[in-house]
Design a protein around this ligand. Structure first.
Ligand SMILES: C[S@@+](CC[C@H](N)C(=O)[O-])C[C@H]1O[C@@H](n2cnc3c(N)ncnc32)[C@H](O)[C@@H]1O
Length: 248
């Protein structure tokens, strides 16, 4: 039983961990992984956490000290340093809504680029005006695209009342075991609405490629290291590169 403070998170992590449990080979890439808190869901041979926040990555690497866990500091809007078609699972959850709507499709396209033939891409995205573009980009690239809708009216009411962002005192109640159990009970209602976007505010999109020719091997060895298992995949923005190019 996955006990979270928010019913929508209980539902999401339960759905995601079930989907990820089937992917046991190759490399799993967790884009905007934060402190690697979703590491436990990945059953791939190697896990790569990517985030812009180096401190969170370092903290996650401390919690997961084994060589099958590595991380890279990068901005998910500039992920050209990562290999093409080499990750068996590419996942990005609870993050795309932080990206400007105009940039969201290009971020999703880089997740698509990194996914191996025969691999899977799982991401969450808000049901806002950028959603049709995100979905169309995924449908162009994958044989099988399935949306699971979540954060329904019951979850939102619970979260508004007991776990609103920025209201620490109410969050403290929601963090207690009895309320986490209550959140789990409310999350059962997400199963009633998961096939319909109406009334939900987020989609968890599960994409699979059927074709599985030999894929590229995943390597970060071309990147500078910040630590034994921490790579630096930050790239200067193209405008900056252009402005420092020598004249002539
Ligand atoms: C809400 S957390 C999500 C963590 C985790 N994926 C989850 O499902 O709980 C959002 C993460 O996105 C990262 N982030 C925000 N903007 C980013 C960017 N432009 N590039 C890379 N990471 C970014 C933040 O540092 C933070 O760790």
């Amino acid at each position: 039983m996955n006990l979270q403070m928010r019913p929508s998170k209980c539902f999401l992590y339960e759905t995601m961990s079930r989907a990820l449990s089937e992917i046991t080979s190759g490399v799993g890439v967790d884009v905007a992984s934060g402190n690697l808190k979703n590491r436990w869901m990945f059953k791939t041979e190697l896990y790569v956490g990517i985030d812009i926040n180096e401190t969170r990555l370092r903290s996650g690497l401390k919690t997961h000290p084994t060589p099958d866990t590595v991380a890279a500091v990068a901005d998910l809007r500039v992920m050209d340093a990562f290999p093409t078609g080499a990750a068996t699972a590419v996942v990005s959850t609870n993050t795309l809504h932080h990206i400007d709507r105009t940039n969201r499709v290009s971020v999703v396209e880089s997740l698509v680029r990194m996914t191996a033939p025969g691999g899977v891409l799982f991401c969450t995205t808000p049901l806002d005006t950028a959603f049709p573009g995100v979905l169309a980009a995924l449908e162009r690239s994958f044989d099988d695209v399935k949306c699971v809708y979540y954060r329904n009216v019951f979850s939102r009411a619970y979260e508004e009342l007991l776990a609103p962002p920025g209201r620490a005192e109410r969050g403290a109640i929601a963090a207690t075991k009895p309320f986490r159990l209550l959140a789990w009970v409310v999350s059962r209602l997400e199963h009633l609405t998961k096939n319909r976007p109406a009334g939900c505010t987020f989609a968890f999109i599960l994409c699979r490629r059927k074709s599985s020719p030999a894929s590229e091997s995943f390597s970060l060895s071309h990147l500078p290291r910040l630590d034994e298992r921490l790579y630096d995949a930050r790239r200067p923005p193209p405008s900056l590169v252009a402005s420092v190019r020598p004249p002539g």
